[in-house]
Design a protein around this ligand. Structure first.
Ligand SMILES: *[C@@H]1O[C@H](CO)[C@@H](O)[C@H](O)[C@H]1NC(C)=O
Ligand SMILES: *[C@@H]1O[C@H](CO)[C@@H](O)[C@H](O)[C@H]1NC(C)=O
Ligand SMILES: *[C@@H]1O[C@H](CO)[C@@H](O)[C@H](O)[C@H]1NC(C)=O
Ligand SMILES: *[C@@H]1O[C@H](CO)[C@@H](O)[C@H](O)[C@H]1NC(C)=O
Ligand SMILES: *[C@@H]1O[C@H](CO)[C@@H](O)[C@H](O)[C@H]1NC(C)=O
Ligand SMILES: *[C@@H]1O[C@H](CO)[C@@H](O)[C@H](O)[C@H]1NC(C)=O
Ligand SMILES: *[C@@H]1O[C@H](CO)[C@@H](O)[C@H](O)[C@H]1NC(C)=O
Length: 623
């Protein structure tokens, strides 16, 4: 186990030391469809940058612009590069990779009025994830980037530039609808975080996010829409260094669980092991709260702790944490049991599980960027911001099962403000078919005063016509007698009138009762006594007999009971037979299905036929 983990540990060590990692990092992608010019028409992949706001669940269409000068977008575009008029089509700025930070290019593109930035890779390689600069100084603009940022391959960049040189208009549709899986009506998400609050803007962003997202997160969790789990990254000291002072100050449980020194200074302030211990406390808090059926209290704990017990204010102590735990009514004893003795030469179950969870299984990839949000087992890319994250979570629900908050104004895209989103509108009555949602706008005929309008939503909507039978009974015959209503009008979208059963006539002017007794269509058995009624008939039997309408016969009560049982037995037997046959068929189907599944899995390990290259994961880079 240790050997397997070591690769990861070294990798995480590199992450902290050098800010890059070559382990199984997953490049998250969305699709880019070129609709014109004709020769480029196709769907391509592009990598979602880890800043700005990707439109999870939505799409964005526009034209590509490649500037004449400053093609790396490393300077402020001073002239009117993009003229913004109301109703004008969105412009995506194409910039070359290199010379400055990805974030800076995006910031310049945004200031120039671009709706998205496409960065063309400067070398042929697999797509990489554009990340934030590692340096913290002068990067406060990063949080203000709100446009989506995407990296495209070198070859696609070349093709687009060629088309633009030929004065072709390049129309592009960016699509994030499949960027996250959305299989069902519950979203599972994880937040990989750290209790360290002294790492500068990155830590501030984390805690600001937790504070601002708390309300939404708790509401979603309480109503069962989501299942959230917090996670903490730790690494361990290689065996031979366990007794070094460095490991001792950064690790607990004899080098098993470590975190880097919060202010990168071993001589002062808090040490790495204080961070690990607090991480452990947070993880245990979650565990205990979850066991008591209130996992959402974790959000209260971390925000209260950040407010009252910050490292910055030199207030991060066990006593302070215990105060907060007690104030939230969570069992302190259980948390202490869960944490165990940090000095002991023993494993801690919770941290051990956390280390194992770090290694990505399947599509998720290893968690190597802190903080990382994982939604439906896929890593979220983009700004850690309440609205952007909520939008991403919303896109993780199966369509139509989104909780109400996803359809509230908080996550609206306001596309309806622009030319009514190209939807149908009645300006006189002031009703529109345009509805803003987190996915973008939809054109859907509205419900006005409880009446659902019908139409395509784009060119046409109208109030549905009243059911025809409600107006003058559709011109058909109707009559009431003995508190029973009979009508020759049927609301099933058919025209015309038809007398109801038990009547005959033209259905418009008259329907006359059929005398079943006289016409000898019912109640004809030897012991029967027939009596016609309006629209029906009554039949009774002489003596101790009962009339059975279905069989049109009189039977003795005893026979009736017996045959009743016989019938019940027949039903039971029928159900059993159907069950057995159905189960056999089901087993057969399951076996067939499993066979094909196993084949599919095998195919991934053993190239069956000429399978293409399995995409290789890229790494992230600064410039
Ligand atoms: C670039 O332009 C924007 C808006 O025009 C301005 O806010 C920003 O300060 C400028 N940045 C630099 C580095 O000149
Ligand atoms: C970013 O936005 C904040 C708040 O909106 C603002 O105070 C700050 O000046 C902005 N930073 C830059 C570099 O534009
Ligand atoms: C939290 O509780 C739920 C149900 O009580 C359980 O299924 C889940 O595994 C728990 N999560 C953790 C991380 O313990
Ligand atoms: C922080 O508090 C501890 C005791 O709680 C004290 O020994 C230490 O000097 C304080 N550090 C600073 C920088 O105030
Ligand atoms: C946290 O501090 C606030 C005042 O800043 C106080 O009102 C609150 O009771 C404290 N909470 C805990 C749990 O100590
Ligand atoms: C139309 O209705 C919207 C809200 O439904 C309202 O904000 C708007 O002012 C109305 N416009 C007119 C012209 O009445
Ligand atoms: C028959 O129709 C009348 C009005 O047309 C209605 O008030 C009454 O409830 C109906 N009776 C039954 C049994 O449906």
């Amino acid at each position: 186990m240790r050997g397997e983990k070591l690769g990861f540990v070294i990798c995480v060590w590199f992450l902290f030391m050098y800010g890059s990692c070559l382990c199984s990092f997953v490049v998250e992608k969305n699709s880019l469809k070129i609709t014109s010019p004709e020769n480029l028409r196709d769907t391509y992949e592009c990598a979602i940058g880890n800043f700005g706001v990707p439109r999870y669940g939505g799409t964005l269409s526009g034209v590509v612009l490649y500037p004449k000068t400053d093609q790396t977008a490393c300077n402020n575009f001073t002239d009117d590069l993009i003229t913004k008029k109301p109703g004008s089509i969105p412009v995506f700025l194409l910039a070359d990779r290199g010379d400055c930070y990805f974030t800076f290019k995006a910031w310049n593109a945004q200031n120039a009025g671009a709706s998205a930035i496409l960065v063309a890779d400067d070398r042929p390689e697999h797509l990489i994830t554009m990340d934030l600069p590692k340096e913290e100084t002068g990067a406060d603009y990063v949080q203000n980037i709100t446009i989506p940022s995407l990296l495209i391959s070198n070859s696609l960049g070349v093709s687009i530039k060629k088309a633009l040189e030929n004065n072709d208009l390049v129309f592009v549709n960016l699509d994030w609808r499949e960027a996250l899986p959305h299989p069902d009506e519950r979203v599972e998400y994880e937040f990989w975080t750290n209790s360290n609050d002294e790492c500068g803007p990155k830590c501030d962003t984390q805690i600001d996010f937790v504070k601002s997202f708390k309300g939404v997160a708790q509401t979603l969790e309480k109503k069962g829409y989501t299942r959230f789990t917090p996670h903490y990254i730790t690494w361990f000291c290689p065996e031979e260094y366990v007794s070094s002072t460095k490991c001792k100050s950064q690790c607990i449980n004899h080098g098993r669980y470590c975190a880097p020194d919060p202010e990168q200074d071993f001589s002062k302030g808090y040490e790495g092991k204080d961070v690990v211990e607090q991480n452990l406390r947070n993880a245990c808090f979650y565990k205990v709260a979850n066991e008591s059926g209130k996992p959402w209290v974790w959000w209260d704990f971390v925000t209260d702790f950040a407010t009252n017990c910050s490292m910055k204010a030199n207030k991060s102590t066990k006593d302070c944490a215990d105060e907060v735990i007690k104030s939230l009514g969570v069992d302190l004893k259980k948390i202490e049991d869960c944490m165990g003795d940090p000095e002991a030469d023993a494993e801690n179950e919770v941290l051990k599980a956390e280390q194992q969870a770090q290694i990505g299984k399947g599509v998720r990839g290893d968690v190597t960027i802190l903080p990382t949000l994982v939604i439906n087992n896929r890593q979220y890319r983009g700004k850690l911001d309440k609205k952007a994250v909520l939008k991403a979570i919303c896109s993780g629900f199966e369509e139509t099962t989104e909780p109400p908050i996803c359809l509230s104004h908080e996550v609206e895209t306001n596309e309806c403000l622009n030319n009514n989103g190209e939807c149908w509108m009645d300006t006189v009555a002031n009703i529109t078919a345009c509805k803003d949602t987190f996915r973008g706008r939809v054109c859907e005929c509205p419900i006005v005063g409880g009446v659902k309008f019908v139409g395509d939503g784009y060119k046409h909507c109208e109030a549905p016509r009243a059911p025809r039978c409600q107006v003058n009974n559709g011109g058909c015959w109707k009559s009431t007698k003995d508190a029973r209503n009979y009508s020759a009008c049927i609301d099933d979208h058919t025209e015309g009138c038809k007398c109801p059963p038990g009547f005959k006539g033209d259905g418009v002017n008259n329907c006359n009762d059929i005398d079943e007794c006289k016409e000898k269509t019912a109640c004809q058995c030897p012991n029967c006594k027939c009596k016609n009624t309006w629209g029906s008939y009554e039949c009774s039997c002489s003596g101790n007999l009962l009339y059975f309408k279905e069989h049109n016969t009189c039977l003795s009560k005893d026979v009736a009971t017996n045959s009743g049982w016989g019938f019940a037995w027949a039903v039971v037997l029928g159900v059993v037979v159907i069950g057995v046959v159905g189960y056999t068929f089901y087993k057969y189907r399951v076996r067939r299905y499993m066979d094909s599944e196993i084949r599919a899995i095998m195919a991934q390990y053993m190239p069956l036929g000429n399978e293409g290259d399995i995409p290789v994961h890229g790494s992230h880079g600064d410039i």
